[in-house]
Design a protein around this ligand. Structure first.
Ligand SMILES: Cc1cc2nc3c(=O)[nH]c(=O)nc-3n(C[C@H](O)[C@H](O)[C@H](O)COP(=O)(O)OP(=O)(O)OC[C@H]3O[C@@H](n4cnc5c(N)ncnc54)[C@H](O)[C@@H]3O)c2cc1C
Length: 447
């Protein structure tokens, strides 16, 4: 290794997407004196929006929308952004990181005062050796897949995994002109079987759009023949290409041997976002964080949480004090004009000895006047009626209604007190008994 430069920074952030960029911005805003800040990112760009990649592939948004203006903003504020630079090794006892600059094809050592790790996650890909099997995490993944679709005009695709990314991609593929789309899900329902009844509504929406859903079968292998053969027990299908979307795992290569790792091999962090070593903070998909409903730490791969935890890490690294209070596992997405959202405990966590489950059908607006669309709500409480989880599906206003349930969970409210919430009414917007109140009233009545 040739040591090229030996320099120092007060704060070094490794990973230049949601968590890393939020962390360094917050540090910059709240630190008092002229601190030297360096952001390291192995990709050629920082602050890209992973969440809009499905809409880029479908052509709904342009290339320019994939990147924010963070890079220019950081440079203007004197933050040293080093892209194409890979953090290879942590030398914690010396407060140094060994970096590799892909531009200069050299290693060098950087000394830091404080360190924030924000290395994110990487897709799980059991079929990585098969050409024509794609994953989607970064703009580069999206460019490759879009290029394949545009140049080869494929007729068919198999999407392995039916979480939010797999499902968003189904619609994206349909918009891209792909005729035959299969979804493979090993659980008995899509979304990993987490909320069966709510998922069934989505399944009928997908089927209505010509999507073929294969549930209850685990894909054993993907084989290259003339096409790609996706093989389960007693079933196989030939397709032009495959998207594997079976989840992600924390990217821990840099620190798995030097810092404390949790159950899922994500970094263990305190509520202050401090790792097992003082002065080293972490945030985002590389960490395990705890939730409100059972307080168990675990991975939760979410852009909004990466931004929130990144801010807290930057805040605390700058010397101020802020704690991450926990999360509710709130998720939303939209496919074929139907919105799905959930928060807190899911049906697959349901234990009849500990919980109660209520299903309510409502209308998104004044249904009796012929406005609005059906809304299905699933509510889970403990045996005393304290709200632990909710899931909803419908055509409009779903995500923001689930956000209300998320606040109820944070506040540890029960169905009786939550049913007193003062929500709005106007026939064209929301019914007198909003689906949130309708679900709560029905739970109170049937408790
Ligand atoms: C297709 C898609 C759709 C999504 N939709 C949503 C959504 O709608 N809502 C939502 O909340 N979340 C969504 N997410 C999840 C969200 O994008 C992630 O949770 C979020 O990007 C995590 O941010 P992060 O900064 O922790 O990690 P990442 O985004 O993974 O960023 C980590 C960065 O660290 C860099 N890095 C890693 N190791 C090193 C190293 N050793 N040296 C230098 N650099 C390194 C990586 O190159 C990467 O750029 C979606 C994700 C995808 C892929």
């Amino acid at each position: 290794m040739s040591i090229m430069k030996n320099d120092y920074c007060d704060i070094l952030v490794i990973g230049g997407n949601a968590a890393g960029c939020s962390a360094i911005s917050q540090y910059y805003r709240t630190s008092t004196s002229n601190k030297k800040c360096i952001l390291i990112e192995k990709k050629p760009y920082i602050s890209y929006s992973s969440c809009i990649l499905p809409f880029f592939i479908s052509g709904d948004i342009s290339y320019d929308s994939l990147f924010t203006s963070a890079h220019e903003r950081f440079l203007k504020n004197g933050i040293d952004v080093r892209t194409n630079t890979y953090a290879e090794e942590l030398l914690i006892y010396k407060k140094q990181v060994k970096l590799y600059s892909n531009k200069e094809k050299r290693n060098y050592i950087l000394n830091y005062g404080k360190l924030i790790l924000a290395t994110g996650a990487v897709p799980i890909n059991p079929f990585s050796d098969v050409a024509g099997n794609y994953t989607l995490r970064s703009p580069a993944d999206a460019f490759k897949m879009k290029e394949f679709i545009n140049s080869k005009r494929p007729y068919s695709v198999a999407v392995i995994g039916s979480g939010p990314i797999g499902l968003e991609m189904v619609e994206s593929f349909k918009k891209s002109g792909i005729n035959e789309i299969y979804i493979f899900e090993e659980a008995d329902n899509i979304l990993g079987g987490r909320n069966k009844r709510v998922s069934e509504v989505l399944e009928s929406v997908l089927k209505g759009n010509g999507i073929r859903i294969i549930t209850g079968k685990r894909v054993k292998t993907v084989q290259k023949s003339d096409k790609l053969k996706v093989i389960c027990d007693n079933f196989s299908v030939d397709v032009d290409f495959v998207l594997t979307a079976v989840g992600v795992k924390s990217e821990n290569t840099l620190f798995k041997d030097s810092l404390k790792m949790g159950v899922s091999n994500g970094l263990v962090v305190s509520g202050d976002m401090v790792t097992s070593k003082n002065g080293i903070y972490a945030a985002g998909d590389c960490c395990e964080i705890s939730n409100y409903y059972d307080n168990k730490p675990g991975p939760w791969f979410s852009g909004v949480l990466a931004n929130r935890c990144g801010r807290i890490a930057g805040w605390n690294a700058s010397g101020l004090r802020k704690k991450f209070p926990g999360h509710c596992g709130t998720v939303c997405f939209k496919i074929f004009s139907t919105e799905y959202a959930s928060t807190g405990l899911t049906e697959s966590d349901f234990d009849k000895d500990k919980h109660r489950l209520f299903i309510t059908r409502s209308s998104s607006r004044a249904g009796e006047l012929g406005f609005g669309y059906p809304v299905l709500t699933q509510l889970i409480t403990d045996k005393k009626g304290v709200i632990l989880g909710a899931a909803m599906v419908g055509r409009e206003g779903i995500a923001k209604r689930i956000d209300i349930f998320s606040i109820f969970i944070m506040q540890k409210m029960d169905i009786q007190s939550a049913s007193e919430a003062d929500l709005t009414y106007s026939p064209m917007v929301s019914p007198v008994w909003d689906p949130v109140l309708d679900a709560l009233n029905s739970a109170v009545f049937n408790f």
